[in-house]
Design a protein around this ligand. Structure first.
Ligand SMILES: [Zn+2]
Length: 348
């Protein structure tokens, strides 16, 4: 009951937005207490020092590159006013190293960077260079990070950690409340298994160009607490969008297999990003349904709100195809294989 009350309080709080009517949160919610409780074990939300330092240095390097790159960022170059000369110098060295050596490498698609972030997440806040080296941080980066850590710890970490914790406090109960149902419905829609282990979710001041990313084996989500599009109801969608990446990928899971088989049968190329369009569409639709059941919320899914479907002709074609062929599958009027085959045929 505590969980439900906390969630409804949060829903009322979130309902201040124009798309969240204030009388939103009552009937029908009690039926989901048990699934909500089970969802406690789906995710582990954390605000951790070293992953935040690593991603913040990466972001600052992007913002100070020529030309600056600000996708997925608030675009704020951190002021070094008030830092001691030593702290300012160590920080400048770190940002320069990231700019020269790391920002051309993608935080998600570079296996070494994914592994590095996994190592950093396990380190205690006060770890020194030896501890970093012992944990497996590459030598060149261990000294850079351990030298920059005091400056970060003194000047930015307290406010970053507070913002991350506020994000967690504000959204965790929402995820717990709807999580059991959404996890089951998404796994069902993708004909996949939800991960058997708890999914680590690092809440970061900066995540990557997309605002969030997920690596697999083990499943690990990183999500930015600084972006408006990751807040309120969209926090719920983003967490489950990212979790969907553990079940669906270009070569992962039943969705990818069905796309490949349908394309082979037709003798056509696989529509390259269909799997990701399916994640966007399915998560948005299932979150919309979940919210609509026990609130008066009129939820606009992330991809629609952010105009992602209208970025180019390919995205628009995907949306039209999903509405025509995938929506009936989500509505239960056609089966998985037929829906995927129709999508591939439409988008060939
Ligand atoms: Zn995605």
């Amino acid at each position: 009951m505590t969980t439900l009350l906390a969630c409804l309080t949060l829903i009322a709080g979130v309902a201040l937005g124009p798309e969240c009517p204030a009388d939103g949160a009552a009937s029908g919610a009690t039926s989901r207490i048990s699934s909500g409780t089970a969802a406690d074990s789906l995710f582990r939300f954390q605000s951790r020092f070293w992953p935040n330092l690593h991603h913040f240095a990466y972001e600052q390097a992007l913002l100070t590159a020529d030309p600056p790159r600000n996708r997925g960022s608030t675009g704020e170059v951190a002021s070094t006013d008030g830092l001691s000369a030593g702290d300012a110098a160590a920080w400048a060295v770190a940002v320069a190293f990231y700019r020269d050596s790391l920002i051309e490498r993608d935080l998600l698609f570079d296996d070494e960077l994914v592994a590095l972030d996994g190592i950093l997440g396990e380190l205690p806040v006060g770890a020194d260079e030896d501890a970093l080296l012992e944990a497996g941080v590459p030598e060149s980066l261990a000294s850079i990070l351990s030298d920059a850590a005091p400056a970060y710890r003194r000047h930015w970490w307290p406010s970053h950690d507070a913002a991350n914790r506020r994000w967690i406090e504000r959204h965790q109960q929402l995820v717990v409340h709807y999580g059991g149902e959404l996890a089951a419905d998404l796994a069902g829609a993708y004909q996949a298994e939800w991960p058997s282990q708890v999914i680590d979710v690092d809440i970061l001041v900066y995540a990557n160009w997309a605002g969030a990313y997920t690596s697999n084996d083990p499943p690990h989500i990183r999500l930015s607490s600084s972006l408006e599009e990751n807040a309120d109801w969209w926090a719920l969608e983003m967490v489950f969008h990212e979790a969907s990446h553990t079940m669906v990928g270009g070569r992962r899971g039943a969705v990818a297999a069905a796309i490949r088989q349908a394309a082979e049968r037709e003798g056509v190329e696989r529509p390259r990003w269909l799997w990701h369009a399916i994640i966007f569409y399915t998560t948005g639709e299932l979150v919309r349904r979940a919210l609509q059941k026990d609130t008066a919320v009129f939820f606009v899914p992330y991809a629609i709100k952010q105009g992602l479907w209208h970025r180019d002709d390919e995205r628009q074609a995907e949306l039209a195809a999903l509405q025509e062929h995938w929506q009936p599958y989500l509505d239960g009027t056609t089966d998985f294989e037929s829906a995927i085959a129709a999508l591939v045929d439409d988008l060939r």
